[in-house]
Write a protein that binds this ligand. Structure first.
Ligand code: PEP
Length: 250
């Protein structure tokens, strides 16, 4: 049985004061939640949030990482540094990083390798644009994004990876993939991994992301191959985030 995971991606939001209020609200409501819950916060807040979640079930993650181990890379943050702050997960290859910061499939694969080498798990984001879906290329685009990482890590390396399927057209737009559309892609992702290792595929958690809100979350999470969610906007409102987490209860 795969344990469901609900991950909040705060993106570039927060302040020291606002984080306290948000985390107090989420932690207070965790007793009604049985899935795993993760918050991926901006780098400057890692120390604050690490201390805050210490005695709770909330896990800590980052939103990006350098593919390099150390060196003259001004402004970059190494995976080992994130591990020092207690990060368990790192979002890698979010579509905003691919589109706005030029991250290629190869760079994404190297970042996944760096995260694994530091003892954490990458939350590997894949997903097609609207133009790619409209032209019937959604599955081939996602398959390509996945295969570059599979080639780099090997399927055994995938044992500690979480995949997040995030159709680009659904991120921050209020549009959500239908449960059918999402399940179809999640099944295709699992089948691609199963062709290399049925065991790794069976244990692989595949999250859905893209405008997930409390309404509709339970139907998405009820799909056979949807193992939780990657949540952006709704992760910034404690009641909404908790309602989504509860929707993932088994
Ligand atoms: C995201 O940032 O990964 C995301 C899914 O955002 P939103 O839920 O706001 O669409």
């Amino acid at each position: 049985m795969r344990k469901k995971l609900v991950a909040g991606n705060w993106k570039m939001h927060g302040s020291i004061q606002a984080n306290v209020a948000l985390l107090d609200g989420v932690i207070a409501g965790m007793s009604g939640v049985d899935s795993e819950v993760l918050v991926c916060v901006p780098y400057p807040y890692l120390a604050q949030v690490s201390a805050k979640v210490q005695h709770s079930r909330l896990m800590l993650g980052a939103q990006n990482v350098s593919q390099h181990e150390a060196g003259a890379y001004t402004g970059e943050v190494a995976a080992a540094m994130l591990a020092e702050f207690g990060c368990a997960y790192v979002i890698v290859g979010h579509s905003e990083r691919r589109a706005l910061f030029g991250e290629t499939d190869q760079v994404v694969a190297m970042k996944c390798a760096a995260v694994l080498a530091a003892g954490m798990s990458p939350v590997l984001c894949v997903g097609e644009s609207l133009a790619e879906r409209d032209s019937g290329r959604a599955k081939s685009v996602v398959s390509r994004q996945l295969s570059v990482v599979l080639d780099c890590l090997g399927v055994a390396g995938f044992a500690k990876v979480v995949v997040a399927y995030e159709p680009v057209w659904a991120i921050g737009t209020g549009l959500t993939a239908t449960p059918f559309q999402a399940q179809e892609m999640h099944a295709a992702i699992r089948a691609q991994v199963a062709a290399l290792s049925p065991v790794v595929a069976e244990n692989l958690r595949i999250l859905y992301g893209g405008s997930v809100k409390p309404q509709g979350a339970a139907e998405l999470f009820a799909q056979a191959d949807i193992d939780g969610g990657l949540i952006g906007g709704a992760a910034l409102v404690a009641e909404d985030f908790l309602a989504i987490c509860r929707a993932a209860n088994s």
